[in-house]
Every structure is written in structure tokens, then in C-alpha cells.
Design a protein around this ligand. Structure first.
Ligand SMILES: [Ca+2]
Ligand SMILES: [Ca+2]
Ligand SMILES: [Ca+2]
Ligand SMILES: [Ca+2]
Length: 272
């Protein structure tokens, strides 16, 4: 759910998730495996253990959430694997260690993962987006959470080779709606409004332009309704652009404005 124009995907095979817990504080660090005597984080001895876990190849996105309702943050991550792709969940055992990994099937080549309660039962759910083997996937995977941190997979039609996903209440009815930035030539971002129970109305296709990547949601104009910012790279002008989506006249969700970030010193906009 980060916003920014990025060009490289993480492809390291052996990344490690290190979860360091002290009281209710938690940090998740992703990086190359480090010897137990090095790379320790924290102060005053609060974080004095470092435990590495194998998270599989091609990890791309990780989220933390209290999936089991015990107050200790658990983790889930998605992988950009075209073959037998899965998302994975590890429960926090409350003593600074994590459970064994539970995996759930996912559409091929996932690109992002988000956590939030989409069906309003109080248990966090997961939403994964994936490009697909042929880079035209239109299935968004939903994983409805239970009170014990297990998930049931379902799906909704939307997006086009989606690159990022964000959950936010876009229509001010208190439930979380889905927005995706889309890839591989798609010129629209996708908005799926929640019916309140984790089912979604037909996709709205918002004309943003191609080259979309980063996405973020917040109330940017103070009207008490969430807006969405989509970062894209315009290959026609060689310029980056931030497209702001939000509720316009009559409440319809649409492009509200387009922002051109300042050019770096000494550079000019447009084609050279
Ligand atoms: Ca937990
Ligand atoms: Ca839920
Ligand atoms: Ca909503
Ligand atoms: Ca707003």
C-alpha cells in the first residue's frame, strides 16, 4: 500500500521476517539473514532476540494484524510466484516467536496484500492482488478471517493485472472498499464498493492512465471521505503524476485532480 514510482520487484529467495516482541510493541523487519549476534534492534535490552523464518521465494508484500484477537500482532505476506502461488500467515505465539506457516492458495504472481475487516465481523481479513501468469488477471483474492486466525478464501472480479491494493471507506458507509492500481497497459484504476458484508458491487473503472503503481488512501481534502492517490509514470511525457480520486458531484467516485510532482533540480518536464 505504499505510494511511489518503483521499478524493481524484490526477488531475493531467502528473505527473513524477524519479529521482535516486547510487551505490546512489535517490529517487523525484512532483510537478508543475519547472524544471531548481529543486527539486533532496539534499546535497553528490550529487543534481545532475533529469530529468522523462511518465507519462500519472491516475497513482495507483508502486513501485520491481530488476526487471532489476542492482542499480539500476527503477520501475513504475499509472493510474486507464478507457480502454485500462495499467501502465508504466521501467528504470534506471544513469546517473541511465531507459529509455523499456514498457506492459502492465491492467484499467480501476487503483487500486494492488504489487511482489514471487509465483512464487518470484527476479524481482520486479507485482500491479495495478483498480475496473473499472462499479466491480465482480473480476480482479486479475499481471505475472510476467523477469530482464531484461520482464513477462508473467496474472490471478487476486479482490477487488471493489479499492481497495488488499498482498503478504505470511499463512500462513507463505514465499510472498507477496495481500490487497485492496475498494470500492463490498463488505463483505469478499479474501485469496488463494499455491500457491507464482504461482497462487492460491480467494479468501477476510473480513467487514470497507464503506468500505475503506488496507491494510498486518506482524506486529503477534509470532506470526511477517503480519497485515493495513485502514482503513475506517463511514458508519453516521461513525467510522473499523482492522480487523486475521490467523491465528486453527486457522490460519484472519479478523478478529482492530477498533480505533477516538482521536477528534480536541473531537469525539465516533458520529452527531452
Ligand atoms: Ca495475534
Ligand atoms: Ca472480517
Ligand atoms: Ca464503504
Ligand atoms: Ca476527502
Amino acid at each position: 500500500m505504499s505510494i511511489g514510482v518503483e521499478t524493481n520487484r524484490p526477488v531475493s529467495r531467502w528473505l527473513v521476517v524477524a519479529v521482535l516482541v516486547a510487551g505490546s510493541a512489535m517490529a517487523v523487519q525484512i532483510g537478508a539473514a543475519a547472524p544471531a549476534s548481529a543486527g539486533q534492534v532496539g534499546d535497553a535490552g528490550r529487543f534481545d532476540t532475533w529469530t529468522g523464518y523462511d518465507i519462500g521465494r519472491f516475497p513482495v508484500s507483508v502486513v501485520a494484524g491481530n488476526f487471532t484477537g489476542d492482542g499480539a500482532a500476527d503477520v501475513a505476506w504475499a509472493r510474486h510466484d507464478f507457480f502454485n502461488n500462495t499467501i502465508s500467515v504466521q501467528r504470534n505465539l506471544g513469546d517473541g516467536t511465531m507459529s509455523s506457516v499456514t498457506t492459502y492458495p492465491a492467484s499467480p504472481s501476487s503483487t500486494d496484500l492488504a489487511a482489514g475487516d471487509v465483512n464487518g465481523d470484527g476479524n481482520p481479513d486479507l485482500v491479495a492482488v495478483s498480475e496473473g501468469v499472462t499479466l491480465n488477471n482480473t480476480t482479486i483474492d479475499l481471505y475472510l478471517g476467523s477469530s482464531t486466525g484461520t482464513f477462508t478464501r473467496t474472490a471478487v472480479v476486479g482490477g487488471y493485472a493489479p499492481q497495488r491494493v488499498v482498503l478504505a471507506d470511499l463512500d462513507a458507509d463505514t465499510d472498507l472498499d477496495i481500490t487497485t492500481s492496475n498494470g500492463w497497459g490498463a488505463t483505469f484504476a478499479s474501485v469496488l464498493l463494499n455491500s457491507g458484508n464482504g461482497t462487492f458491487a460491480a467494479e468501477l473503472q476510473i480513467p487514470v492512465g497507464a503506468g500505475q503503481l503506488g496507491i494510498s488512501a486518506n482524506d486529503l481534502d477534509g470532506d470526511s471521505r477517503a480519497d485515493v492517490a495513485v502514482a503513475r509514470y506517463d511514458s508519453a511525457t516521461n513525467d510522473p503524476e499523482i492522480v487523486i480520486l475521490g467523491a465528486g458531484a453527486g457522490g460519484a467516485f472519479a478523478v478529482k485532480t492530477r498533480l505533477l510532482p516538482p521536477a528534480p533540480d536541473g531537469e525539465q518536464r516533458g520529452n527531452p
